[in-house]
Design a binder for this molecule. Structure first.
Ligand code: COI
Length: 362
């Protein structure tokens, strides 16, 4: 797909950009451009057209646009990493493109060809290359999304849709230096149910997590953990991350993908890296009761969360209304920190990419 280019006539100054890159945070600052592709319904299935790079700015939407009423929206999150030689790479973008299309099916949105998805990333990085950070653990966070723009209040799939990519320099998702986060057990709210949209990356899932996230913050926690109350309180995932449990005998457990849990690209990659180390990975049901028991008898050594934004973040305590479960202090040779370093090393070009996970963007 050919992208036309309308470059910004008012890009941020070198000083403004340098100030952002000196302390990127997460999700607060955006680059000078955006990639856009339009989709229109046709009798023979619909057509993508007008692929373009345009200046970053507000979107003009009809107040009746169906995304504003019925939330017909999906998104992705992935990063662009600057390597020591100045080239810019992304990590398994085809996996994000495939998941994007699965989310599109679930939300009755059109699928975008994988090549067009990857091309859109290359185009925005080409336009905004100077925004890719160089600091340790930093990258340019890319946020592709698709919204229903048709002005129509009937409840049916929209016939006009917009695909866009924005980009935001990113440091640690939780701010500051890497340190264990505490998480709050939500017993009042569930994130997803059988047959729902839990597996899709759609805005509605995240909107539905916010009341629980507020509860977490009121209890001094940075994230919320969701359980499946209809399945023996099986651990599902955090507000926006998958979760792993490391045991003293080399077993690592992560909840099985049962239709309500997001198919994390980082999750999938971590499983591979753990297996490469000879560890046994069990994708299975892991209940709150097993968590309590194994933490109490000392066999549970580490708990960590993972996702594109959070990379790999150790979990310090699970706080619950019925008492807290603390993880032991992380050893210097912990699996959590070892896998984090290896994954970041692959992404930033410091460690060999033996699985062929990297795609050059610029
Ligand atoms: C990501 O890790 O990319 C996420 O989607 C989590 C959150 C920022 C929504």
């Amino acid at each position: 797909m050919e992208f036309s280019q309308q470059l910004s006539t008012t890009p941020k100054s070198d000083e403004e950009r340098a100030a952002v890159l000196a302390n990127p945070g997460f999700g607060d600052h955006f680059t000078d451009h955006t990639a856009v592709i339009d989709w229109n319904w046709t009798h023979d299935g619909g057509r993508w057209s007008n692929a373009r790079i345009e200046p970053y700015g507000p979107i003009a939407l009809d107040p009746a646009a169906s995304v504003l009423h019925y939330g017909q929206e999906i998104f992705e999150g992935l990063k662009a990493y600057r390597h020591a030689d100045g080239t810019v790479w992304s990590f398994r973008p085809e996996a994000n493109a495939d998941r994007f299309n699965k989310s599109a099916q679930r939300l009755a949105l059109p699928e975008l060809p994988v090549e067009a998805f990857v091309e859109s990333l290359k185009e925005i990085v080409k336009a905004d290359r100077s925004w890719v950070p160089t600091g340790d653990g930093e990258a340019l966070y890319l946020r592709p999304f698709m919204i229903a723009t048709e002005a129509f209040l009937g409840v049916r799939p929209a016939r006009e849709v917009s695909y866009r990519v924005i980009a935001s320099p990113a440091g640690n998702y939780f701010g500051g230096e890497l340190k264990p986060v505490n998480i709050w057990l939500s017993t009042k709210y569930a994130r997803a149910g059988r047959g729902g949209t839990g597996e899709a990356k759609c805005g509605g899932n995240y909107a539905a997590s916010l009341a629980a996230q507020l509860e977490a913050e009121e209890n001094g926690c940075q994230q919320v953990l969701f359980l499946d109350p209809f399945n023996d309180d099986a651990v599902e995932e955090l507000g926006g991350m998958n979760v792993f449990f490391v045991f003293d005998d080399g077993r690592v457990v992560t909840p099985t993908l049962n239709g309500t849990i997001l198919h994390g690209v980082t999750r999938k990659s971590v499983i591979q890296l753990l297996k490469d180390r000879g560890l046994t990975v069990e994708e299975r049901k892991f209940t709150l009761d097993e968590w309590r028991r194994t933490a109490a008898n000392g066999t549970l050594r580490e708990v960590f969360a993972c996702g594109t934004a959070a990379v790999i973040t150790p979990i310090g305590q699970l706080k619950t209304a019925e008492g807290d479960i603390a993880s032991p202090a992380l050893a210097a040779d912990s699996v959590t920190l070892g896998i984090r370093e290896e994954l970041l090393g692959i992404q930033t070009g410091a460690v060999a990419d033996k699985h062929g996970w990297l795609t050059r963007l610029a």
